[in-house]
Design a binder for this molecule. Sequence first.
Ligand code: G3P
Ligand code: MG
Length: 233
Amino acid sequence: MLIFAHRGASFEAPENTIAAFSKALDAQADGIEIDVYPIEDEWLVFHDRYLARLTAQSGRLQDLTLAQLRTLKVFGQQPIPTLDEALDFIGGRCQVNIELKGADIKRGLTRHLRRAVEYANFEPEQLLVSSFNHHWLAQLKQDHPLQRIGALTTSCPLNYAYFAAQLEAWSVHIDVDFVTQEFIDDAHERGLKVFVFTVDEPDDMRELNQMGVDGIFTNHPTLAKNVLHGLFV
Ligand code: G3P
Ligand code: MG
């Protein structure tokens, strides 16, 4: 079972920052999950629509200029990275799951993905784009049929993973609170990988591994490596 560091190793360093990605690489995570918003002609790595939880600024992310956002510090410590900065830092050393939050994929997302392969040592299959907005994923898949996409859900739909197969997704990503063995088996029968978020408890890590889940997103990759592989004990 793959271990993705959720927003980087966000238990150990400010989430979605270079420091959290560095900790995730130290933990030998198989992948790093990041959240991105399009701001002006860039993509910024940030989770919330509002700034107050993560920075000393109030208001909405989209109401500040890129220049203003670049002066902010996450938890007073780390700057908000651009997608390019994040990918350049990770540099193909593990997989990256780019979760689209406020997305207009016409704003050059694929240029950044191509750049990561050409200049930052990524193989195309190391890059997985996911979202709760399946319309954006459908559009991305239509424009770039070979791009791996991951369809997110917080629920267990009546038709299980049908929606992800319909999108021709690589993977389906489901909330730990709603994942069932039936959902996992249905997804696998449809040829989909199953990734589960957000898994920080050892009992859940062990159980999901036994259920045949392909990967988890965890804020604590060091703990997950310890629980699942006996590393860092
Ligand atoms: O991509 C999995 C997970 O990150 C989705 O939820 O809110 O933590 O971005 P959230
Ligand atoms: Mg996310």
